[in-house]
Design a protein around this ligand. Structure first.
Ligand code: SF4
Ligand code: SF4
Length: 146
């Protein structure tokens, strides 16, 4: 069993209901675009997850139900996960700590709060979001980090 969180940014009105509903500070961010539209930036819980693969400290892992979760106690804020996330969905807070969505234990509050249908949550038998995407090694090389 896996989770998919679909972001239909074209439906987003920028109301911020999802941001207010998120129990994690900076778990989801809204980025205003020059076009007047919004980019909704939130973790897609990739499988396999580049952020989990790149973290040398074991601070990112996959929960029993398939959510990619951060253990703040193990995180050193090295930012390697930021470098490889294809969705820009790991955030460095001004305080220096890292933030990401933990999928609210399988019931994401952001998707429940969105009245526009811009966040659609789905449970699937199997997921493979990363098919065709560059590998972690390729991403790091592209960014000149390894
Ligand atoms: S790589 Fe980014 S979108 Fe994928 S699981 Fe990690 S934080 Fe989430
Ligand atoms: S910032 Fe934290 S979670 Fe991200 S790769 Fe570094 S130690 Fe791991």
């Amino acid at each position: 069993m896996g989770y998919l969180l679909h972001v239909l940014a074209e439906k987003c009105t920028g109301c911020m209901d999802c941001v207010e509903a998120c129990p994690i500070e900076d778990g989801i961010r809204m980025i205003p675009l020059p076009s007047g539209e919004w980019d909704v930036v939130v973790c897609r819980h990739c499988n396999p997850a580049p952020c989990v693969e790149v973290c040398d400290f074991g601070a990112l892992g996959v929960s029993g139900d398939g959510a990619v979760v951060l253990n703040p106690a193990l995180c050193t804020s090295c930012k390697a996960c930021i470098a490889v996330c294809p969705f820009g969905a790991v955030f460095l807070r001004p305080s220096g700590t890292m933030a990401k969505c933990d999928l609210c234990s399988g019931s994401p509050k952001c998707a429940e709060a969105c009245r526009e249908g811009a966040l659609i949550y789905e449970r699937v038998e199997k997921k493979s979001l990363m098919k065709g995407k560059p590998s972690v090694a390729e991403l790091l090389e592209l960014k000149g980090l390894r």
